[in-house]
Ligand binder design. Structure first.
Ligand SMILES: Cc1cc2nc3c(=O)[nH]c(=O)nc-3n(C[C@H](O)[C@H](O)[C@H](O)COP(=O)(O)OP(=O)(O)OC[C@H]3O[C@@H](n4cnc5c(N)ncnc54)[C@H](O)[C@@H]3O)c2cc1C
Length: 291
């Protein structure tokens, strides 16, 4: 079955090559499918061999442990990478980059999704995380989601109510393959102006030039995790190459040579300190994979 995959199959592929943190041990079997049929073959193989399956998009919200991931890792960035526009609607594959989608739509005078500007993501990863900002989450714009069940059959979801805070409640072990999004007519210069302003704001408040994932912690109700971490005196705290960003305390950056163990130690320290100062237990937003 692996032999029927037309895309790439690699063994013991270091996942540090595929995460924005530049951290992560090897995947036993790493598949970059070429199309939906390839994904089906990989799912059927995993099912037959009783192996777990993990999907990776752009790897911008992942911490992969140093001993890597057992089973099959499906990397969808670079696969299902086409977007089509029909009237004010976009049909986007799971591997489309969010920023490319925003740019292509803008060139057709289609906007409305500018709240997603500057978020490094594939459409699949953005859907799985309900990525966005307080000005709008991807789930606000999505009218249908397409996915494959673990047995390879196609599913469609009208997602009303399925998106939550940094989460999308899709059927267990499903692989997202694309979605429909509702856009709005808007003149290109207006969209470009808003994109520039949002990118400038993001650059001035987040450590975009360094290797990192997104927010490490969910914001607790009515507060900001970054504020709590700063007040607990942890801004700039470092363990080996891992550092709590002094630009935005809800990011951990890899200054070079950090391992997952260093990041996890910083996270443990943060959780303990914030709990002892404020009685609040932080919940992780970053997805942790592997052994
Ligand atoms: C500098 C920086 C700034 C960021 N700013 C923001 C921000 O402003 N707002 C925000 O929301 N996020 C932000 N993030 C976090 C990140 O960009 C988002 O979480 C994004 O949605 C991750 O997309 P991805 O394709 O990289 O997904 P990945 O990190 O590869 O995966 C994330 C999760 O989605 C699952 N997944 C991915 N693809 C699929 C699929 N096809 N089917 C099923 N599951 C899938 C994975 O298994 C994993 O659980 C930022 C990250 C960085 C590095």
């Amino acid at each position: 079955m692996l032999g029927e995959i037309r895309g790439e199959v690699r063994f013991k592929e270091p996942l540090s090559f595929h995460t924005s943190l530049r951290i992560g041990g090897p995947a036993d079997i790493f598949v970059v499918p070429q199309d939906v049929e390839d994904i089906r073959h990989a799912l059927m193989f995993a099912d037959r061999e009783q192996l777990p399956v993990v999907v990776v998009g752009g790897g911008n919200n992942l911490l992969v442990r140093d001993r890597g991931v057992h089973g099959v890792v499906l990397k969808l960035e670079g696969c299902l990478g086409r977007a089509e526009f029909h009237g004010e609607e976009a049909l986007a594959g799971a591997g489309v980059s969010l920023s490319a989608l925003i740019r292509e739509a803008a060139a057709l005078n289609l906007g409305g999704i500018e709240s997603l500007v500057g978020i490094p993501a594939t459409i699949g990863g953005a859907l799985a995380m309900n990525a966005g900002t307080v000005d709008g989450w991807i789930g606000d714009f999505v009218s249908a989601v397409y996915f494959l069940h673990p047995d390879g059959s196609l599913g469609e979801f009208k997602p009303a109510g399925a998106f939550g805070y940094r989460a999308f409640h899709l059927p267990a072990s499903a692989v997202l393959i694309g979605c429909r999004m509702q856009l709005h007519r808007r003149p290109l210069p207006e969209i470009q102006k808003e994109i520039r302003a949002r990118l400038k704001q993001k650059k001035s408040t987040q450590p975009l030039a360094l290797a990192s994932a997104g927010f490490v912690w969910k914001n607790p109700a009515g507060d900001l995790a970054s504020r709590l971490i700063e007040k607990a005196g942890l801004r700039g705290k470092r363990i080996n190459g891992a550092e709590i960003s002094s630009k935005h305390a809800n990011f951990i950056v890899n200054r070079g040579g950090a391992g997952a163990a260093d990041i996890l130690s910083l996270m443990e320290l943060t959780r303990e300190r914030v709990h002892s100062h404020f009685g609040i237990t932080l919940e992780t937003e970053i997805r942790i994979l592997g052994e």
